[in-house]
Every structure is written in C-alpha cells, then in structure tokens.
Design a protein around this ligand. Sequence first.
Ligand SMILES: Nc1nc2c(c(=O)[nH]1)N[C@H]1C(S)=C(S)[C@@H](COP(=O)(O)O)O[C@H]1N2
Ligand SMILES: [Mo]
Length: 376
Amino acid sequence: MKVASRREMLRWAASASFASLMARAGWADEVEDVPIAFLDADKLKPAKGGMLDWNELKDWVIPTKDLYHVSHYGVAQVKEENYKLTIDGLVDKPQTLTLDQIKSKPAQEHTVTLECGGNGNPGFMCAIGNIKWTGTPLAPILRECGIKDDAVEIAFWGADSGMENVRDNQVKQNFSRSLSIKNAFREDLLLCYAMNGKPLTAGHGFPLRLVVPGWYGIAWVKWLTRIEARERPLMQRFMAKDYVTLRGQQQGDQVVYTQTSVGPMNIKSMVARAVRRKDGTIRISGAGWSDGTPLKNVELKIDDGPWISTTLGEQQKYTWTFWTYDWKDAPQGEHTLVSRATDEKGRVQPTADDPWIKLKKTYWESNQQYPRKIKL
Ligand SMILES: Nc1nc2c(c(=O)[nH]1)N[C@H]1C(S)=C(S)[C@@H](COP(=O)(O)O)O[C@H]1N2
Ligand SMILES: [Mo]
C-alpha cells in the first residue's frame, strides 16, 4: 500500500468511510453506521449505472466505472497506432506529436472534479465525479510552438464528428471548443492520457483529452486530435449555439437577456448520504464545489429550521469538498434536508426560485439548491 500524505490522511479522516473503517477495525466504540434511505433515492439513482450514485458516495475519488459519459457524436474509436496530435494555425512552429511523444513529456497528476454543464436538472443529477487525471501540461507545448501575436484563441478539435445545419447548409463538423489565449495558457490545463492510473477508456476520450480544471465538462474535449491557434473566435455548435446559457437579469424595470457560452463552474452542493451512528446521531454528508474558489462554508437546513454550519473536510483546489453534520436527537418522521454552499468571493448557491435560476431559460449551469427527503 502506498503511504498516504498528511493531507490525504486529513481528508480521509474527515470522510465517512474513515468512520466505518475505524469501526470495522475495532478502533472505536462505534459499530457499522446504518445507512438511511432517502425517500427520493430512486430519482437520484442512475438508471443504468455508469454514473454517480449520490446515495452511495463515500470515496472522495470515485471509480472510473461510476463516471457519467456525454458524447454528442457517439464514441470515437481512435487507434493508438494511427493517433497524432497536430498543433497548427497561428504558430511559428507547427508540431505533430504521437502518443508516446506526449507521454514522454513531464507528467502531472491532478485530482479534479468533472461536472457536465447539464448536471442539476431533473433526471440528470449524477453527471459529476472526482477523478485523478494524468497528463502533461498544455502551456509548455503552446510556448514551444510559439503562438503568434494576432491569435485571439486556441481551438481544440475532437476526432468525433456529425452533420450540423447552419442556415440551411448541412455540413459535417468535428466536435470543437475554444479557450481564450489567457485561459489556454493556465499552467494547470492538462493533455490527459490516464484516469485513476489507467489509460483513458474509449468513452472518456482515449487516447487524449483536455482537462480544464474549474470549467464545465463541455470544455474538456475528448479524442483530441488538433489544437489550433486562431485569429477569429469559433462560433460553432458547442461554443455558441447548443451549450449557451440564456439568462435574464433585472435591470431597473426591464429584464435583460444575455447568451453566454457555458464556461466556469458555478458554486454548488448536494446532500448525499445519511447514516445512523451507534449513539443514535444521524450523520448527514455531502459534497460542495465551485470554479476553484475556496468554499467558505456549506450550510444545512433541516425542515424549516435555520441554516446550520457543517464541518468541511480538507479543501483542494478544483475538487469537490466533502462535508458532514451530526444531527443529535433527530425526531422520527419525514424531514427535508437541503444544503447551500458559499465561496470566499461571497457567491451563494441560489434557491430554485432565485431570479438567477428562475430567469435562466436554457438547461445549462443549473446550480440551485436541491432539497432531499428522508424518513427516520
Ligand atoms: N470530443 C468530444 N469531447 C467532449 C464531448 C463530446 O461530445 N465530444 N462532450 C463534452 C461534454 S458535454 C462533457 S460533460 C464531457 C463529458 O466527459 P465524459 O464523457 O468523459 O464524462 O466531455 C466533453 N468533451
Ligand atoms: Mo456536458
């Protein structure tokens, strides 16, 4: 077994599985915690597996088999032998790299939470997971290629493609997303070839995908085959048509509607589990996350009670943070539990009837509080 770092130990000690391991090992008085079923457990249970089951969330890093998939043009089948990554466009020195050449560059491993911009809508609440990603940083490669001064953005192209209709023209387009020069040069973006210590699966983008910590999944281009420095912004489907947030904001007596491309993640949290401990306490746990801004707190509201602070596990940038609350003398019967995260910039997770959510017309970026029901 690998020796855990102090920070891993701290995080582990704050997690629910630590308590049950302690119990099993006979280190503590408690015997196994008894899980309590939520009345809405079925709604949050993935229909066919292959997705996060909130009710079972115990481990900070989830297994690859529990990570959701979103593939708009189906799963691209890329053979390693034929694989090449091209870096071209407005660059001084275009490059073509094989997978071995990419893997021979300095490797980094980052645990990062991946969330679909559509996560948080009825029937699609499980499109999130925290995974250990391995790859090489993008920025040094961009620097080697020499991005010309007139480039305004970097586009990332996938091997997958489909027919798109643009003002009555049917054309075949590859999946693509772009980032501003500033964002593309962030030191923590990865050209990623492994997840949880194993090569990417076909569904998750084998052999190479982009990892953009703190951004919704749409920016994490899978089956990445081309990186292009561009003079004009890309406006295709996944930048400017489909993954667009149409949001109304009150300005005086008018509602002004804006359309923005789905980008950084919004502050959010979820109630995941509840267990009855040996002393009768109900331990409620869940996760909170953001765009990389530290969480100030996650609060919990029980029925019509006040917001109460929960205990946060150790925070790590760009990952979800686990939280727990021990509810003593919980009365029998049905109860509603809802959590609310606040970050260090003062952003608060809104309720479903907050204008931030109410006046949002498209499905994306739904970060409203999610009440759950339990029966004791
Ligand atoms: N090439 C390509 N990359 C893609 C997509 C896609 O359809 N094609 N879907 C995006 C979306 S919307 C999300 S949420 C994530 C999902 O990543 P996963 O399938 O590995 O969970 O991949 C993103 N990258
Ligand atoms: Mo997505």
